[in-house]
Design a binder for this molecule. Structure first.
Ligand SMILES: Nc1ncnc2c1ncn2[C@@H]1O[C@H](COP(=O)(O)OP(=O)(O)OP(=O)(O)O)[C@@H](O)[C@H]1O
Ligand SMILES: [Mg+2]
Length: 385
């Protein structure tokens, strides 16, 4: 069933943590809510589940109004036909696996025979067939999270709310379960809101992505579109690894904007208009979009935004190599290159030609929210992706 959240406002005391938030999730879609810690993700889905009472707004599932501040409708959580899976497993240790999954059916006063059938089916669904009698404490983290998921699914909710369900698991298991979960969600066609602050999860799972900060939506769209076209310096920095600098518009022509460069690179020339001379902008480029070559092998003069640098770090990451390159003036830049045979490999100390192609640069005016959250250093590469 479709889920509509309209103009939701939620406060704890005087502090408003969700500010006029509107979200629409199509029937059967999975929407990912992504944002930094404390931005209001959990508060938002707790409000949807009925665990927090919003100040105002509307929450509608299908055509059933669950909350409407204007007319005083507030359906209690157990009547909302939703399931929520929390970050911590929230499995009852004194119950067996089967009893855990059966619990919400008991609460709903489902008949015994039907309960047994549905528990069985739900455990099959999450790959834990035959685990009914197992004690819950005798489970691995991944298994516990599957039990939590089975318990959420056994009631056949119209909306599934998942709050960082995989973040307590190790990276490999997380990867596996992520794809299992997506497959299951699609097979069941259950409308889902998935909260995470993991960018890979957002890319792998979402039909749609909403990026939040400070209780507000910053950008929404298909995950790959948002990744390719971040609408602000904040999104570029938060969603995907990026090198980012603060700079200024140095000159403007009819079709191009000239922006102060970085390191020994004097300037960037980018197509389009990014404001008048002196405008503060942020310039970002993803490590995998930067090209490296050996001096002498190419004519740096002919390249776009090329600068000579030297390798300060080279690390093999399976099929890719991550470099950190000093490009002068105390600035380093992170680059990710392919490690397949036949490709260049550079060693620490090697001089390299670094090219920053103009069509891979993101230029954004710096908004007040960005200045406050951006790091003072010249680069702000986030992780080892
Ligand atoms: N029960 C509460 N009482 C008062 N403030 C709260 C309460 N719960 C959360 N907050 C505050 O509300 C803001 C949003 O919290 P929320 O838990 O929704 O963030 P989040 O996006 O889920 O973060 P994280 O990624 O760390 O889980 C935070 O500033 C938090 O400190
Ligand atoms: Mg949270």
């Amino acid at each position: 069933m479709k889920l509509e959240i309209e103009h939701l406002r939620l406060a704890y005391g005087d502090v408003e943590v969700v500010k006029d938030l509107s979200i629409f999730v199509k029937d059967g879609d999975l929407l990912v809510l992504l944002g930094p810690s404390g931005c209001g993700k959990t508060s938002t889905i707790r409000a949807v589940a009925g665990l927090e009472e919003p100040k105002s707004g509307r929450i509608v599932v299908g055509d059933k109004v669950l909350f409407d501040g204007a007319i005083g409708v507030n359906i209690p959580p157990n009547k909302r036909d939703m399931s929520m899976v929390f970050q911590s497993y929230a499995i009852w240790p004194h119950m067996t696996v089967g009893q855990n999954v059966e619990f919400p059916l008991r609460m709903a006063r489902v008949r015994r025979e039907e309960r047994a059938e549905r528990v069985d089916a739900a455990l099959q669904l999450v790959g834990l067939g035959g685990f009914q009698k197992r004690r819950s404490i005798a489970l691995s983290g991944g298994q516990m999270q599957r039990v939590a998921l089975a318990r959420a699914l056994v009631v056949e909710p119209s909306v599934l709310l998942l709050d960082e369900p995989l973040s307590n698991l190790d990276a490999k298991l997380r990867d596996e379960l992520r794809f299992e979960l997506r497959e299951l969600q699609q097979r069941l066609g259950v409308t889902t809101v998935y909260v995470t602050h993991d960018q890979d999860e957002a890319l792998a799972l979402g039909d749609e992505l909403v990026i939040m900060n400070h209780g507000e939506i910053i950008q929404r769209g298909r995950p790959d579109d948002v990744y390719r076209r971040p609408g602000s310096a904040f999104v570029a920095r938060f969603f995907g690894t990026v090198n980012q600098w603060q700079s200024k518009v140095a000159a403007v022509t009819d079709e191009h904007t000239i922006i102060n460069g970085v390191g020994s690179l004097e300037q960037f020339v980018v197509a389009g208009n990014y404001g008048t001379v002196g405008t503060n902008v942020s310039v970002s480029i993803r490590p995998q979009h930067i090209r490296l070559s050996r001096p002498g092998e190419c004519d740096a003069e002919l390249l776009e935004h090329a600068v000579i640098g030297s390798v300060v770090l080279a690390r093999l990451l399976g099929t890719r190599i991550r470099y950190r390159i000093n490009i002068g003036a105390g600035t380093t830049i992170d680059v990710i290159g392919g490690a397949e045979s036949g490709q260049h490999f550079f060693d620490v100390g090697d001089p390299v030609v670094v090219e920053l192609p103009g069509d891979s640069l993101f230029v954004h005016p710096i908004a007040a929210t960005d200045v406050s959250t951006s790091e003072p250093s010249s680069t702000s590469t986030r992780s080892d992706r």
